[in-house]
Design a binder for this molecule. Sequence first.
Ligand code: RM4
Ligand code: MN
Ligand code: MN
Length: 388
Amino acid sequence: MTDHSAVKAALRNQHIETPSWAYGNSGTRFKVFAQEGVPRNAYEKVDDAATVHRFTGVAPSVALHIPWDRVDDYGDLARHAKEQGVALGAINPNVFQENEYKLGSVCNPDEAVRRKALDHLLECVDVMDVTGSADLSLWFADGTNYPGQDSIRGRQERLSEALHRVYDRLGDHQRMLLEYKLFEPAFYTMDVPDWGTSYAHCVDLGPKANVLVDTGHHAPGTNIEFIVAFLLHRDRLGGFHFNSRFYADDDLMVGAADPYQLFRIMVEIVLGGGLDASAGVAFMLDQCHNIEPKIPALIRSVLNVQEATAKALLVDQDALRTAQANGDVLEANAALTDAFATDVRPLLAEVRADLGIDPDPLGAYRRSGYFEKIRTERADGAAAGWGA
Ligand code: RM4
Ligand code: MN
Ligand code: MN
């Protein structure tokens, strides 16, 4: 029998980071539908992240995207976050929204553009020094649209050079996470298209470089849990950008499209020891809420990760191992499907009672009046958005 007190302790200690950019306005390339009450600056994004933490109890940090979240004094922003009950988490440099980056950032054929991009990455490590953030979360929009446009090999060398410069700048307690993405914005080659490319660069760099798995960044049908199991086994799984997708990089609420896939990922995490803080796996969301209200969508997403984690923790590992050793395919598979079929909501209500929060986080948020408050307070001024 699984020990439920251990399961509950693991769930109480889970840490799911929300992204600052999910609180701002966003949209598709066709339209950004502005919402009411959207934060106007990084401080207000932090307030919303703290609200998500207050109602879920397991989202105690918020990732920043620079320059979207640029402030004069990051120490002051970190203090503000602390006062609100959260910490500043991963720092995400943005090297894809300036005209110079049309042909790429750190892989650009123009040395001056590469320098500009590198300077921004290094500036983001300076920000980490002030905020106390442990992770520099790197995603490059770099790539090409046409065969022959640029040298694939040359671009790999430029990438490697920049990554080494950043790696050398990292402090003792800082890491870099290298995210990959199959396509978009480039359509012919991406310079970091898959986990293998990211892994190879991380191995070259050293132990402070690890792979970041964004669940929306694979070809349809990719077995993401295999990638997760492999990277965790090799000690190279730096973390996740959770979201869900039906087609491409949809950035929908995690667990919405395929809760069973999320469960399978969390099973590999649990079996590989990835929930232990010592494994160094950062559980972060990377989503956009274009048509649904943002704070409830983030609460729902945190709960979805928590539910998948609870089910993964309920897998009867002894039964699983015995069935595997006996070559009992059906029993081994049943160990997973039984856990997936369990209604974990009563268990999670107990976890929330232990945490001293309402067992119904979404209902409690709606009843709290927070939305009515921000809708009035933030009526004036420009809402934060992607600036795309
Ligand atoms: C990318 C990638 C990055 C995120 C940007 C906004 O597709 O997922 O992590 O920072 O979108
Ligand atoms: Mn991402
Ligand atoms: Mn993405």
